[in-house]
Design a protein around this ligand. Structure first.
Ligand SMILES: [Fe+2]
Length: 268
């Protein structure tokens, strides 16, 4: 990471509920003026940063800024992923329905530490909020015997490669955050082939088969509790930076006429 001379502590900062931090631009300031090491610290503390009021960057400028944070994950399409609702989507990410919780890079060789979005266009009030669940709090508040049980479990995920990702991986349900050392829950909710264009199949290891449905139901209920979830309603121009190791995230379904275009970059 490189630094600049700007003192970002002069920016207006407002805590979000139940977690997250809103950072608002002051006159003439660009995203590129904000030192990544300061924002990374704030992201680690708040889990999600919402940067509002900064002029949008072009695609190359956004990618270049993300490079200052660290190594950027490259995919078939390049580094900047355009998330736009499609008319005939091949993948659920481009459709209008909900996107269940997951962490980014389940099938990637290197799990991104951060993912950053910039919002080129949004229709507030039409649903489609990105929902972040803080798994460090979910873990912290779980009874000790349940935590001990979780630590014995691993989950195998399998999906066909219909978009830029796919494969077959097995991950422990509890993992240590590589930067903060805090325990986190790593869980991607199954995608039922009846409802989703690209199903995600799960196999749970470390618990008798008959107990799996109740275990997953309980886990989903905990992750979805509003006290652990920050739903972000997008406004044009928003830049959102999220701690991918601490959080799982998903998207609410769109409820109305909506045009939305996000660009996403993942930093390892
Ligand atoms: Fe995602």
């Amino acid at each position: 990471m490189t630094s600049t001379s700007l003192d970002p502590t002069t920016l207006r900062r407002t805590p979000l509920t139940p977690f997250g931090l809103l950072v608002e631009a002051s006159d003439g300031l660009a995203l590129t003026d904000l030192p990544p090491e300061v924002l990374a610290r704030w992201t680690e503390e708040a889990r999600v940063l919402v940067l509002r009021g900064f002029p949008l960057l072009d695609t190359e400028g956004f990618a270049a800024y993300c490079h200052r944070w660290g190594e950027v994950l490259r995919w078939d399409f390049g580094e900047v992923f355009d998330l736009v609702q499609h008319e005939n989507p091949k993948n659920y990410l481009f459709a209008r329905g909900d996107v269940p919780f997951h962490w980014d890079g389940v099938f990637a060789k290197n799990t991104p530490g951060y993912f950053m979005f910039q919002c080129l266009e949004a229709s507030p009030g039409a649903g489609g909020e990105t929902v972040f669940s803080d798994t460090t709090r979910v873990y912290r508040d779980a009874p000790p015997e349940l935590r001990a049980h979780w630590s014995q479990i691993s989950v195998r995920y399998a999906t066909d490669k219909l978009a830029h990702y796919g494969g077959d991986v097995t991950e422990p349900l509890v993992a240590v955050h590589p930067r903060s050392g805090m325990p986190t829950v790593r869980y991607a909710e199954p995608l039922d082939p009846e409802s989703f264009l690209n199903p995600l199949f799960l196999e749970v290891d470390g618990v008798p088969e008959a107990e799996v449905p109740a275990l997953l139901e309980d886990l989903a209920q905990r992750l979805h509790q509003p006290r652990y979830c920050y739903p972000h309603e997008w406004r044009t121009g928003d830049v959102v930076i999220a701690d991918n190791h601490a959080l799982v995230h998903g998207r609410n379904a769109f409820t109305g006429e909506s045009v939305r275009h996000l660009q996403r970059v993942q930093v390892i």
